[in-house]
Design a protein around this ligand. Structure first.
Ligand code: SF4
Ligand code: SF4
Length: 82
């Protein structure tokens, strides 16, 4: 299941958007002031990167990051470089 973004908590920093590994990006900034929104839920890898990098705890992800090998690899490599 893709993440849920709590708009009241989102500062619009864009970290989740910058690091989302899916193609097309599952999460985008919209509006003014900007808020992160899941725009392409079917593309989401459920990797957990957006939740891990969010500085305001605005991302809710149900369950553990996906057990899909590709997603797990992305999750680890992205977090190790941040
Ligand atoms: S769980 Fe991963 S693929 Fe899905 S929106 Fe967050 S960063 Fe993108
Ligand atoms: S990382 Fe968190 S605060 Fe920043 S845009 Fe994404 S959801 Fe909003």
């Amino acid at each position: 299941m893709p993440p849920i973004i709590i708009p009241e908590k989102c500062s619009g920093c864009g970290k989740c958007v910058d690091l989302c590994p899916s193609v097309p990006p599952a999460i985008k900034l919209v509006g003014c002031p900007s808020k992160a929104v899941v725009k392409e839920p079917d593309a989401c890898l459920e990797c957990g990167v957006c939740k891990a990098v969010c500085p305001t705890d605005a991302v809710i992800l149900f369950g553990e990051p996906s057990s899909r090998p590709h997603a797990k690899t992305q999750h680890k490599s992205l977090l190790n470089t941040s």
